[in-house]
Design a protein around this ligand. Structure first.
Ligand SMILES: *Cc1c(COP(=O)(O)O)cnc(C)c1O
Length: 500
């Protein structure tokens, strides 16, 4: 029989214990002190933030962070906090600042931030019942609540994920495995010879508009279908999928003896905030019996909007829906979910392990429905937000940013220094150009703006040419915040043109 001495080299003596390192009964007072201290320091920091970013360069921050000796701890937590104050917080990008207008990042709901400290401290892992208890049911209630808002029936289910990328991946995994199962069944009935699932994969096709999120193509790659499995369905002048073109594309696919596995409609494209016509797409799909996935990572905020709910008409026909609460529900990263019409489809990600979730388990185990095993209890943040603020307040906040996008578009369209680069958004993005400026001028103007701290905007391409982009997700931002940013951009653009 081997002993531990045979398996491990001779150990050094145990180090003596220092001050409390772990959260537990004996460190409750230390915990209270540390969290109170951090909250105080952060509150001071938030009170002092006067611009979205300092514009720090990689050459400033990289070497300073590289110089830290991670093998030699500082004397105290306070010292370590002071250090990140310099290395991180001083030059952080502040999404809550009203002149942060760049990407799909939201200011976060206060109750959710407080909940984040709870879930980190308790450290619940929502994989099995015996690691989460009430957490399992809290997550499940939020899944059921979201499914009902979408309009799915009693068989709906789902799971919280790390983000829209993972939600889309899982949705397409379910679609892939459903399609393969159907092909194998048909083959057995009609041909009678055995066929293996992997032989079917090269024949599967996914359909998405050119404005769908890149995670769709990435998922196709990860799922063994290859990027070429994604068939691009043309969009209209408002960047929405054309349902007649979808119909034709699926028809062509069938004629080529390929297998249409899923249609991905986007409810809120990342660049344009356009919502594919879900109702007409659902009709096309019903005729072809293909998996219908709706990527509502951005547009999910409409689920709680009183004003715009009609925009999502048809979403109730989806087989699966991606929702990013960390975009339009004002939740801290990460908080996302995949919702499915039929809980049985989630069997494609189920694996029973004897030590964790044996097949004969009598308690609900969320891990049965997830790509992850150990998993954050992100649901608590949304729960606390709904129980404190309620869904109508969230919807009203999203309505406000959509209205602000309209106002901003009108302002840009009427000022000769600018030209709008896309029609008004159905959600909250605004695309525009500096009149008469080329790609390089736009790049320089945007960089100069960020470096000055006057504001932050994003950039993308529309029809091959650079356009600047605002993604409005801060309900406290007004046109009075945005106009000075636009004027600064015009100024920086002019300067760049003069220098060229
Ligand atoms: C942001 C986004 C995603 C990806 O979500 P992450 O949470 O960033 O992983 C997917 N689809 C759309 C339409 C998005 O806007």
């Amino acid at each position: 029989m081997l002993t531990s001495a045979d398996l491990r080299p001779a150990p050094a003596p145990l180090a003596s214990a220092g001050p409390p390192a772990l959260l537990g009964r004996d460190s409750a007072a230390a915990y209270r002190g540390m969290i109170t201290d951090v909250a105080g320091r952060l509150a001071d920091r938030f009170a002092a933030v006067d611009r979205p970013w300092t514009g720090a360069a990689p050459a400033d921050l990289g070497p300073a962070i590289a110089a830290v000796d991670l093998d030699r701890p500082l004397a105290s937590f306070e010292d370590a906090f002071d250090e990140i104050g310099e290395l991180y917080l001083k030059d952080a990008v502040w999404f809550h600042h009203p002149r942060y207008l760049a990407h799909l990042n939201c200011p976060v709901a206060l109750p959710a931030v407080a909940a984040e400290t709870v879930l980190a401290a308790v450290n619940t892992s929502v994989d099995t019942w015996d690691q989460s208890a009430g957490g399992t049911f809290i997550e499940q209630r939020l899944i059921d609540w979201t499914a009902r808002r979408i309009g799915l029936g009693p068989d709906a289910d789902g799971i919280f994920t790390s983000g829209g990328t993972q939600s889309n991946l899982q949705a397409l995994l379910l679609a892939r495995d459903e399609a393969v199962e159907q092909v194998l069944l048909k083959h057995r009935l009609e041909v009678g010879t055995p066929l293996r699932g992997v032989e079917v994969l090269p024949r599967l096709r996914l359909f998405a508009s050119p404005h769908s999120h890149f995670s769709v193509v990435k998922a196709a790659r990860l799922l063994g279908l290859g990027e070429e499995a994604v068939v691009t369905v043309p969009a209209d002048d408002w960047f929405r999928m054309n349902p007649a073109a979808l119909d034709a594309a699926i028809e062509t696919c069938r004629e080529q003896r390929l297998v249409p596995a899923a249609v991905v409609a986007t409810a809120g494209t990342t660049d344009f905030g356009s919502v594919d016509p879900l109702g007409p797409i659902a009709e096309v799909i019903a005729a072809h019996r293909v998996w219908f996935h709706v990527d509502a990572a951005y547009g999910c905020g409409i689920l709680v909007s009183q004003r715009h709910r009609g925009l999502l008409g048809g979403i109730e026909h989806a087989d699966s829906v991606t929702v990013d609460y960390h975009k339009s529900f004002f939740q801290p990263v990460s908080s996302s979910a995949l919702i499915v019409r039929d809980r049985a489809s989630l069997r494609h990600v189920t694996h029973h392990a004897d030590y964790l979730n044996p097949a004969e388990a009598v308690f609900p185990n969320q891990v049965d429905k997830s790509l992850q095993t150990t998993r954050r209890f992100d649901a608590l943040k949304l729960w606390m937000t709904l129980r404190t603020l309620g869904p109508d307040a969230l919807g009203a906040m999203f309505d406000r940013v959509c209205a602000l996008a309209d106002q901003t578009w009108d302002w840009l369209a009427s000022d000769p220094r600018f030209e709008v680069a896309a029609p008004p958004s159905q959600l909250s993005t605004v695309l525009f150009r500096l009149a008469g400026a080329d790609d390089d001028t736009h790049r320089r103007a945007r960089e100069a703006l960020a470096a000055s701290g006057e504001g932050m905007v994003a950039a993308t391409k529309v029809e091959g040419r650079t356009a600047l982009k605002l993604t409005l997700l801060n309900p406290e931002t007004t046109l009075a915040h945005i106009v000075p940013v636009l004027e600064a951009l015009a100024r920086h653009g002019k300067k760049a043109q003069e220098a060229a």
